[in-house]
Every structure is written in structure tokens, then in C-alpha cells.
Design a protein around this ligand. Sequence first.
Ligand code: LMR
Ligand code: MN
Length: 430
Amino acid sequence: FSSITNDEDFKIRDELDEADSLFNEDKYEESIRKYDLIIRAHITSPRAYYGKGLTLDKLGFKHMSNEFLERAIDFLARVLDLENVPDELYKMAGRKLADRQQFRGWGGDAIKTFKKLSERFPDDLSLKNEYGVSYMMVGQNDKARAVFQEVLAKHPNSGFAKVHLGFILKAKDNKLEEAVQLLSEGIESQEPGTIDGRFFLHLGDSLIRLGREAEARKYFEEGEKKGLFLSAWQRSLYNVKGLTGRPWWTAEQTGYQKYLNLLKENWKTIRDEGLAQLDPATGSFLPEEENLRETGDWKQFTLYQQGRKNAKNCEKAPKTCALIDQIPDAKGCKRGQVKFSVMSPGIHVWPHVGPTNCRIRAHLGLVVPEGPTIRIVNDTRSWKEGQFIIFDDSFEHEVWHKGNATRLVLIVDFWHPELTEAQKRGLSAI
Ligand code: LMR
Ligand code: MN
């Protein structure tokens, strides 16, 4: 333990070792008492503060208590403010602190922690990379980009920095050529943290958009082999294992016929509420903002998302929402939405996948002219007014509209019928 023990701590090493042993034997009530005793006599002991922080964290788990967790964070933070903290201990405490801050939902504080760490250890490549990731975790991709660019200026071979910068250039900046270069080189490096579904997904996506489909398929196949995707075609990243996966579903296969029929019987009422929102002056449709389109207009009007009703929008489509309210597996689908979706002629939606295999997506045709088509995997179909098409959007799909009038559908996501009630309750929202 010499590398985490400063001169003062060395004098009380036996006491510290004893407290650490209690901790390692999972005797947290005893180890905390011991650390407290040490701190009372040695109020600047880095190892005692660190040990107490770790103990409080364990107690937080044991009692499922945020209060303990917050005290753990407080004690770990104090380590970084003490004098003469050995480098190794400083890093251990800092990393643990940032991790606990993120767990608590304090991503902004974790960023500050990594900033402090990378200022103290400017040559530590891993810490700089972790600093970049801490920005991504709170969606500050601009800041993250700058950090990874800095890393690569100093360490041009960091595969970890390459995949992360490539990811940002694709997802945020739409710089496809650069993204392909960085993502493929980063994956090639096989450094820890580079073999990740997100990077294979965005690399393949970029290649498809650049017209390099054969290369994209190779990465999708490799992603399947490495267990990053359910399959080369089903590339959602938030999955429950063992659920039946098939591109197209029949109403019977879903088990939701009763509810599908309820909506079908009322399709004209639903259509009229959707149509009423299409007026650009008074309507509430919003443009698709996930960068999924090559060309054309696509707008959505959302009634439910993440299992919650959008009360304001439901006021504008009360009859549709009253129907959905009768469908527990749609209105409560925390991993899906209910929304009107309107596409103008000329649109092409790039091949893409939804985020999760936990939902089955039903489209009710409302206004369907000649021309629009949707491909799921290798089977291309179209909509009919008053009829459903049902598919699993975790499989690759692509949309075109080569007609000359607007297409309107209602999209209803249902929980995958094989999920148990406990799973539905426990799954995080998406
Ligand atoms: C999609 O989610 O890609 C589309 O199918 C949505 C739509 O309105 O057709
Ligand atoms: Mn889609």
C-alpha cells in the first residue's frame, strides 16, 4: 500500500490497514467506526477519508439510501482537497467520486471532478478520455469533442478517443467521411472501450449514407458476431434477451387484436383529429429532429412518450387519447410513443433502427395516397387507410414517398407481448 500512503499515514499504517481489513471483510459498521476514530486523531489522513467514503458508499447500497451516498460523495471529495495525497490515491478517490456523482445524477459535478484530475495529471491519457466521456454523459458533445480533439493532438493513436470523436462527428455534426475514418481506426485498435454497439452502429450508418453499403454490412455482421447486436439486422442497443424478434408482425401474433380493432373502428375520428393539427398556423406537428432524413419533410405530433401522456397535446386530440387510455400496454409503454406522423412526397428516410427490442410498433393508416413505402429488412410494404401495419422497429427499416400527396398515420407502440408485468415496471424509460 506504499503508493497510497503518505508520510503521516505511514505512521498510523497499522490502524489504517486494520480498518481496511474490516472494510474488505464487508464489516462496514465496524470499519466506519474505525475510520472515524482515526479521523478524530488525524484529521488530514487521506486514506481514512477515502476508506470512510468507500464504506459510506457500501452502506448506501445496503440501505438503498441517497443520504449515505451523498455522505460518501462528500468524504471522497474531501480526499481531493487534502494536502499531500499520493498520486495513486488521488486518482482512485477522484475516479470513485466521479462515478458516484454520476450515479447520483450529478453529472455536472463529475465533469468538475475529471477536470480537476486532468489538470493535476495532464499527461494521463486515460483520465483525459474519461473527462471527455463525462461531458457526453450529460449530452455536452461540444465540450466532449474539444477534449477528444485535444487528446488526439497529443496521442494520435488513442483508439478510445477516435471512436468517441467519430461518434460525435457522426451523430452531432453529420461529418460522415471523418466519422468513418475515426470510427474504423478506433475499432481496429481494439482498445478497451472501443468494441461497443454504438460505434459499430454509427460506423455502419455513416457508410450506408456514403453509398458504401457492402462495407456497412460487414460491420453489422461483425457486430452480431461480437454480441453487440441481436443480429446484423436487429441493431437496437437497449434490449431484453430472449424476446421473439421478427421484422413484421400480424395482429394475432401481438395478442393485442382487441385494442387494434378498437382503434380501427375509430380510425376516421382519429384521422380527423390528426388532420386538424396539420394547419401550420394552428397545428402542433414538429419536425423530425434525429437526422434520419436524406430528403423531404417529416413531422410528428406526439400524444404519449415514455409511458406518459402529453396533456397539452391530448387536449388537442382528446378522442384519440381517450381511446389510447383504454390500452394499458400502449399508454404505459415506457419504451415507446403514440404519435401522428406525417410525411410529404419526395421523402427518403435513411435505413435506421429504433433503440429497443421491447416494443412492437403499429401504424394505423389515416391518409394514404399512392406512393409511400416502408422496407423492414428485406420486405417492402405500404399502408392502407383504416388498416394497421405492424412491425418491430428494432429491425432495420427505410421509408420512401414517391407519390404526390401527404401521407398521415398514427404510430402506436405496444410493449412486446412477451414482457412480464414486472419487467415492464422495472425497465428504464426510453
Ligand atoms: C419510421 O419510424 O422510420 C417511420 O416508419 C415513421 C413513419 O411515419 O413512417
Ligand atoms: Mn423508425
